[in-house]
Design a protein around this ligand. Sequence first.
Ligand code: ADP
Ligand code: 5GP
Length: 182
Amino acid sequence: MKHVLLAVSGPSGVGKGTMVKTLISRREDVVESVSCTTRAPREGEVHGKHYFFLSKEEFERRIAENDFLEYDEHFGNYYGTPKSFVRETLKTKSVIMEIDVVGALNAKKTFPECVLVMVVPPSVEELKRRLSGRGSETEEQILGRLARMDYELSHKDEYDHIIVNDDLEKAIADLMKIIDGE
Ligand code: ADP
Ligand code: 5GP
C-alpha cells in the first residue's frame, strides 16, 4: 500500500489530538511526525519521541541545507518538520503532522503530495464546550483560541478534505478512509 503524508489542522479544541492519537493507537502503519525545535526539553520529554531538540546553530544549518518541509518561529524558538524524518518514515508507514494552517500550507508548497485535512466542529457552541471541558486553558486563553478559529476556517477551501468531528468514532473512521483512499 502507498504511504501518505497527512497534515491535520483545525481550531484548538476541535479534537485533532484525540482523533490522531486514537487512530495511531489502532494502526501500526501510521505514525505521528516528530518535529525539531530549539526550545529546551520539558520534564519527561524524550529526544526523538516528542521532538528532536537542536541547538540554534544546528537548526539554522539545517534551514540552510533545506532540510525542513516547513518551519516557523514560536515564542522565540524555531520549530520545524524535518524532511529527512518524513522521507525515511514514508518508506514503511504513513505520517500524520498535526499542524496549523500556515505550517500545512507551507508543507504543501515543498511537498505537493501532502494531503491537507481540516477538522471542524459541529458548531461554535460545541467548540467552546470542548475547550472549556478540557480544562487546560484559562478563560482568556480560550478567547484567544476562539479568535484564531476564524482565521483557520477561512482557509478551508485550500484543504483537500474537511472532517466534521461530531461523533468521534465517525470522525476517526473518516480520517482512516482518507489515509487508505489516497
Ligand atoms: P485539539 O487537539 O484539536 O486542540 P483535543 O483533542 O485536545 O483538541 O480535544 C479537546 C476536548 O474535546 C478534549 O477534552 C476531548 O476529549 C474532547 N473531544 C474530542 N472529540 C470529541 C467529540 N467528537 N465529541 C465530544 N468531545 C470531544
Ligand atoms: P510547544 O513548545 O508547546 O511544544 O509548541 C509550541 C508551538 O509550536 C505549538 O503551537 C505547536 O503547534 C508549534 N509547533 C510544534 N511543532 C511544529 C512544527 O514542526 N512546525 C510548526 N510550524 N509549528 C510547530
